[in-house]
Design a protein around this ligand. Sequence first.
Ligand code: NAP
Length: 295
Amino acid sequence: MTARIIDGKAVAASVQESVRADAAMLKSKYGVTPGLATILVGENPASKTYVGMKQRMTQELGMYSVGSHLPADISQDELLKIVRGYAADPKIHGILVQLPLPAHLDQETVLGAIPIEKDVDGFHPINVGRLAMKNREPLFVPCTPAGCIVLIDSVGTKIEGARAVVLGRSNIVGLPAAFLLVHRNATVTICHSKTQNLPDVVRQADIIVAAIGKAQFVKADWIKPGATVIDVGTNAIPDATKKSGYRQVGDVDFENAKEVAGAITPSPGGVGPMTIAMLMRNTCDSAMRTAGLKK
Ligand code: NAP
């Protein structure tokens, strides 16, 4: 059996089109333009690329984008002042602090300074806490795991009652992905670097979310036939045929896994595009909330 390939670009495009339509409606009916402020500290090339992509997409969808690019040695107080400035600005509905921050800055304090109503990355401790609790609603959930759930739904995989295995327990991907699956009534196992007999654990899964950052680590014979596989990993491996000398692969051995899985995301072209699409959705939802259109 060859798996259905989950086209993250197509699913992301449809999310983006719904954001574009909602942003246009907000502007024409309520005079509100959803606004996203990005804060980038330092010169990390990957972070610069991600922030640039987020800013471009915000503008492309008819929303307001503003950014602060700050020196790597900025003090915690100065950074907090900038976060608080955006927090008080009514034109801004979402504030994104690009991670990772330089080591001298306290990530928890900085993220905690974003009002939960503008926490479009979903990393504020209150939003995270609500996500981790039963019968509580965070105002926003982190974009990459939220995108994983949309991708699972896009192929009609039933989450309720399914056995899900999440590989990785990071605050950004693994843990929130596990909470989202539990909220959807999956039975979830979270694996990490100390997990014993990992292949056997993965073999139980109807749904696999792989977020460990290890190239082609999950093998085809770990996958239950017909399982839905969401590969969050973005890893560079050497490839002499490419101009850059490398190519991107996921955490799953895609070429072999697609012969066993029922549905699978490629990497690139799977989860990656969803992360920005969900950020756009969160920003627009925040503006809808200020216009009284959303709880
Ligand atoms: P991370 O913070 O480095 O966390 C990696 C997790 O994997 C940790 O929980 C670690 O366990 C676990 N792990 C490491 N080696 C393992 C092993 N051999 N067996 C089982 N578990 C193992 O990574 P992350 O930020 O979650 O990112 C994971 C991957 O997703 C990376 O490739 C990253 O580039 C990618 N990513 C993609 C997007 C996107 O938009 N597409 C967004 C975010 C991340 P311990 O906790 O025990 O250390």
